[in-house]
Ligand binder design. Structure first.
Ligand SMILES: NC(=O)c1ccc[n+]([C@@H]2O[C@H](COP(=O)([O-])OP(=O)(O)OC[C@H]3O[C@@H](n4cnc5c(N)ncnc54)[C@H](OP(=O)(O)O)[C@@H]3O)[C@@H](O)[C@H]2O)c1
Length: 286
């Protein structure tokens, strides 16, 4: 019997991974959902999964959360700027608990990219390397949902406004990343592997065309400079640092930081990743 634990299991990706493990026949009794807020995990408990409190910022909660775990998925936290000590606490507790392998959700080319979000992932990968524990790195690209969730806004404006130029985004759905994660948790031969994961790349012009096709409403892509985008985002209510952060992500796309070869994801999935057209159609239909 192997015990699998998934952190961030009340989050979007972690919940999908738990669902994948159960769907692939792992007994619920062998799955531990490590969550910051157990009251948010009633649905998981109802499915027979063991729910344990584990807060990355409360190291004293982690030994009990990770006791008896063989393979751990450490879903990167969402508190940007605090994640290195948080992840370090989980890795240290996992080593102390005798966890056999840690799978970590990182970001594309974490060690070389200029992406502003990458240094915390790079530092976490280094902590894993130094820990001596077996590990696998899932360097996930962007979520398709980052865009499909904004379709109502794009339709209302008749445009996607950005500063990504002709840069390509190798986005994939969270469900695809979750399926890949489950494969890596359950399969042999992944120790030491670093996977660069992304779907079939697309430009914002191609995204706009897919939304037009699926909705019947004309949506174009309007490319503006980074400074202009910051102003537009502030006009829409974002504070200056947030607007700058969002615009910098487009700048990163223009540089190619979020482009990727889909081969690793296809290999782990054993099928093509979900086409952008399907994800857009499903969102428009809602
Ligand atoms: N690839 C992308 O496009 C992209 C986009 C956004 C984020 N990400 C990264 O991918 C991760 C997973 O994505 P997601 O969509 O599942 O994000 P999400 O829905 O925000 O889930 C993040 C999970 O992390 C948990 N968490 C945060 N801080 C914690 C702490 N101190 N202790 C324990 N758990 C903590 C949250 O717990 P609660 O449920 O209690 O809040 C939540 O369950 C994110 O956290 C972020 O690192 C990637």
């Amino acid at each position: 019997m192997t015990t699998y634990a998934v952190t961030g299991a009340t989050g979007a990706l972690g919940a999908l991974v738990v669902g994948e493990l159960l769907g692939r026949g792992v007994p619920a009794a062998d799955v531990v959902a490590v969550v910051r807020t157990p009251s948010k995990a009633e649905d998981l408990a109802a499915r027979g999964v063991t729910v344990r409190r584990g807060d990355y910022s409360a190291p004293e909660t982690l030994p009990a959360a990770l006791a008896g775990v063989d393979v751990l998925l450490l879903v990167s936290g969402n508190e940007v700027g605090r994640r290195v000590p948080q992840h370090e606490a989980v890795i240290e507790a996992a080593v102390d608990a005798g966890v056999g392998r840690i799978v970590y959700t990182s970001v594309l080319r974490a060690d070389t990219t200029e992406l502003a979000l990458a240094p915390e992932h790079k530092a976490t990968e280094e902590l894993l390397r130094r820990s001596g524990v077996l590990f696998t790195v899932l360097r996930n690209g962007w979520y398709t949902e980052n865009y499909t969730e904004r379709i109502p806004e794009y339709l209302a404006r008749g445009a996607i406004v950005g500063a990504a130029g002709g840069g390509r985004v190798a986005a994939a759905t969270r469900a695809d990343y979750a399926a890949a994660a489950a494969e890596v948790l359950l399969g042999d031969g992944h120790a030491g592997a670093v996977y660069e994961l992304g779907g079939t790349p697309f430009t914002f012009t191609e995204l706009a065309a897919q939304i037009t096709r699926a909705s019947g409403t004309e949506v174009g892509y309007t490319d503006v400079g980074v400074a202009e985008l910051v102003g537009i985002l502030q006009g829409a209510g974002l504070d200056e640092p947030t607007a700058g952060f969002v615009a910098a992500l487009d700048e990163a796309i223009a540089r190619g930081d979020l482009d990727a070869d889909p081969a690793d994801l296809v290999r782990l999935l054993g099928r093509p990743s979900t086409p952008l057209a399907d994800a857009v159609r499903a969102s428009v239909a809602v």
